[in-house]
Design a protein around this ligand. Structure first.
Ligand SMILES: *Cc1c(COP(=O)(O)O)cnc(C)c1O
Length: 392
């Protein structure tokens, strides 16, 4: 079984003066000792050379290296946000007239990009139930380029059968793109056959809710295409990650395995307790979850089932009252986003999924009473449960 934590641990980089942390790149441009070398570089786009920071710089290269280790990909590129990673990777593959088959249950921002923006550039997106392989296969046409999904979906926590989707993609010469934001460490989509993995590093990977960042993991060729000085979307749309942020994310990544274990431990505890109270709980670590066995069969062992839990309080009013009480009881913060060391909770239908029209929300099974938790790193999770119980 793939062990991303050990992979990252084995990835040693040295600071300029032998520091245990690599130096922060404090330069937007780099010196050439002779003009020949400079023209050579621009003519041939030589990999591994630094010419300008929007292209590559050392610290972004180091962080990209660690992300490739995390996902088991040949290479990676860091970007200024998760949504820019998604957008750049898609625009690198799709041109006017091309089509994408996407899961219906995706992050609201991605949904809005697919539904409202890509069509303006002649790229059409078909939304499907990602567990319905017949429907997906039926949608594939001559112009289809990508199958797109989230490994664990936002906010309903459905698990995608990445191996099966990769089979369909391969048979039809498509690329499988997987947003792995909800499941770093415990799911490795590339190892299961995905072609490209995307992350919002804003969430678990950085884990401090102090910045916005993203990444694209894929083959050497694909990352090289993205950064090509003449045709690369990362190079020419310019979603470059700031070096100072790259440096702080790289340091935070080294505790990711410990954090994921604790997030998972706490989420499992809360999910089981709320389930026993008779609530409708969505958590892939519960045996009642429809893809519990699937996830068990594809996950990397030892990191649990992740830090995200959702409960269904049936209506909007109950959900709102509950969240207000929880903030007063110091369970955590009423805030969007995830992967923070404190518990964050929100009502996706009216926040992160509000871009999805109500009838679509109903189709995907998103009720107005759903409250999504990103469980924090609480040391005394029993106390947290007692506080949550008081608010119900
Ligand atoms: C937050 C999020 C994104 C967007 O990432 P940003 O860093 O906010 O741009 C994409 N996908 C998922 C699953 C997310 O949770």
């Amino acid at each position: 079984m793939y062990d991303p934590a050990s992979e990252i641990q084995d990835y040693l980089v040295f600071g300029e003066f032998g520091g245990v942390n690599p130096s922060i790149t404090d330069s937007s441009t780099f010196t050439f000792m002779n003009p020949d070398k400079m023209s050579d570089l621009f003519d041939h786009d030589i990999e591994g050379c630094f010419l300008y920071s929007r292209h590559w710089n050392p610290i972004n290269k180091y962080l990209s290296g660690a992300l490739a280790k995390l996902e088991g990909s040949e290479s990676a590129q860091v970007t200024s946000s998760g949504i820019s990673a998604i957008c750049s990777a898609i625009l690198q593959v799709c041109s006017q007239g091309d089509e994408i088959i996407s899961s219906r249950t995706i992050y609201g921002g991605t949904y809005a990009l697919f539904k409202n923006v890509l069509p303006k550039y002649g790229i059409k997106v078909h939304f499907c139930d990602i567990g319905n392989f017949k429907e997906i296969e039926g949608r594939i046409g001559d112009s289809t380029k990508i199958i797109y999904c989230e490994s664990i979906s936002n906010p309903l926590l459905e698990v995608a059968d990445i191996q099966k989707l990769s089979q369909i993609a391969n048979q039809n010469n498509l690329k499988l793109f997987v947003d792995n934001t909800f499941s770093p460490m415990f799911l490795s989509p590339i190892k299961l056959g995905a072609d490209v993995v995307l992350h919002s590093m804003t969430k678990f990977i950085n884990g401090a809710s102090d910045c916005v960042a993203g990444c694209i993991c894929g083959t050497d060729d694909f990352i090289h295409e993205l950064t090509n000085i003449n045709s690369g979307i990362c190079m020419l749309f310019g979603p470059v990650l700031d070096s100072f942020r790259s440096a702080s994310i790289l340091k935070n990544m080294h505790t990711l395995h410990i954090r994921i274990k604790q997030h998972s431990h706490n989420a499992q505890y809360i999910a089981e307790k709320l389930d026993k109270l008779g609530l409708r709980v969505l958590y892939p670590g519960l045996t009642s979850h429809p893809q519990h066995e699937l996830l068990k069969s594809i996950m990397n062992k030892g990191f649990g089932f992740g830090g995200m839990v959702a409960i269904d309080l049936v209506n909007k009013e109950k959900a709102e009252t509950f969240m207000e009480k929880m903030q007063k009881e110091k369970v955590g913060y009423l805030a969007v986003s995830l992967g923070y060391y404190k518990t964050l909770f929100s009502q996706p239908g009216h926040s992160t999924s509000s871009e999805i029209p109500l009838d679509e929300q109903k189709k995907m099974g998103l009720s107005e009473g759903i409250v999504r938790f990103s469980m924090g790193l609480d040391n005394d999770i029993e106390q947290t449960f007692n506080r949550i119980k008081k608010c119900l």
